[in-house]
Design a protein around this ligand. Structure first.
Ligand code: PLP
Length: 411
């Protein structure tokens, strides 16, 4: 089998599994309990959180552990929306002078049009407005500037896109936000303006530092870095006030009650350490694979450009049906994707590919190929060869069928 869908899922690294295993059996204690073995688990949990936080240049207390990136993304939006003091924050002049309707209890949010559904859907719930991307998938910064109003409270732009791998210039976005905040301050407007970034896909390939990026909120996902599924985190800058979504035992600084997922977090910490250790080597390796893969592949159009993660290749085989290609490649034991796994399972065409201006025909013929740790160089060559054969076979079948139809019409 040649697995080329690491953006959808990564296998748990054996060393990660090994680190997690004792917490399922002998070290199963609830960290909130009063006896010594439980206290030991509480302390191990905190140090594991510390490792994850340290990996992104944050403090342990800045991290809220969640059950995956979907929850972390949702938390970023929903937790600020519960701020009841919102209505009294902006000056009356800010509402009337520009003709905005009175502020509702929902925050005004912006999100990048290519975001993962776990951002897009929750942003839409709050009436969020989409920020355009340029044809290369990068955020249109002039559109961002245009869409920020005095009401805007949250802007969400992923660090790397899950369908194209596009790496967004978050530091530039953050600079624009700083300018807007300064202007608001000068005019006496108190409304907050936060920057959230979903780093689910980026953690594997980019050296992330929250201060350098200038983000207030950042989503992490263990499942994309050879850690366990269903474990994620939301970084929340210490000066941001969020509101709890779940109420109970008061875990995670009171923001997300529920017994701590000790094995999950210990696994995530181990996974992040391993990822960090191999970051530069992996980037070089994937970049070299991408180059040789593309040089061996025939008859395609490259969709994602140089601003994307090194392990992402999105190619279009014009005139072909990518869903059929996925099926035919599976028969040859090569696993690829047509887009985000969750969208593909529902037969939904990619909104991200549409946003970068691809035609329906281009979208229909596009494959997402993502390299990872289950691959080696030989597999990359083999995959290119198999894809070429399958594509050539499909083209031949289509040509034959067109010729037969023509002949029939002539008869
Ligand atoms: N955000 C991005 C960019 C993703 O790629 C994914 C998963 O594919 C998610 C969020 C959702 O992650 P999960 O399904 O683990 O909650």
């Amino acid at each position: 089998m040649i697995y080329l869908d690491h953006a959808a899922a990564t296998p748990v690294d054996k060393r990660v599994l090994q680190a997690m295993e004792p917490c399922f059996t002998e070290d199963f204690f609830n960290p909130s309990a009063a006896y010594l073995p439980a206290k030991k688990m509480a302390s191990e949990y905190e140090s594991a959180k510390g490792v994850i936080a340290h990996a992104i240049g944050a403090k342990t207390s800045d991290l809220i552990i969640t059950a995956g990136a979907t929850e972390a993304n949702n938390l970023a939006f929903t937790a600020i929306s519960l701020d009841e003091s919102r209505q009294s924050l902006s000056s009356p002049a800010s509402q009337d002078s520009v003709g905005h309707p009175p502020h509702s209890c929902h925050p005004s949010v912006l999100y990048l049009v290519t975001e993962h559904d776990s951002v897009r859907r929750v942003a839409e719930r709050y009436g969020g407005q989409a920020i355009d991307v340029l044809l290369n998938g990068l955020i249109d910064l002039s559109d961002l500037r245009k869409k920020i109003t005095d009401e805007t409270e949250l802007i969400s732009v992923s660090l790397a896109n899950n369908e194209l791998g596009t790496i967004q210039p978050i530091a530039e976005v953050s600079q624009i936000i700083r300018e807007v905040k300064l202007d608001r301050m000068k005019r006496g407007l108190k409304r907050q303006l936060l920057l959230h970034s979903d780093a689910s896909q980026a953690l594997n390939l980019l050296d992330i530092n929250v201060a350098r990026l200038g983000v207030d909120l950042l989503t992490l996902n263990a499942a994309k870095v050879y850690g366990p599924k269903g474990v994620g985190a939301l970084y929340v800058s210490h000066d941001v006030r969020l509101h709890p979504l779940t109420f109970g035992g008061g875990q995670e600084n009171g923001l997300r009650s529920g017994t701590e997922n000790v094995p999950g977090v210990i696994g995530f910490a181990k996974a992040i350490l391993l990822t960090k250790e191999h970051l530069n080597g992996n980037r070089k390796k994937y970049a070299a694979w991408k180059k040789s893969f593309l040089s061996e592949l025939s008859d395609y159009e490259l969709i994602n450009d140089r601003h994307s993660l090194d392990n992402f290749v999105v190619v279009c085989f014009k005139g072909l049906d990518a869903e059929r290609l996925v099926f035919l490649l599976e028969e040859r034991e090569v696993y690829v994707a047509t887009g985000a796994a969750c969208a593909a399972s529902k037969g939904v065409r990619s909104h991200a590919l549409k946003a970068i201006g691809l035609t329906d025909e281009q979208i229909a013929g596009s494959l997402r190929i993502t390299f990872g740790e289950t691959n080696d160089e030989a597999q990359i060559h083999e995959a290119a060869k198999i894809i070429n054969e399958v594509v050539a076979g499909e083209r031949e079948r289509i040509n034959k069928s067109a010729a037969a139809k023509k002949e029939l019409a002539n008869d």
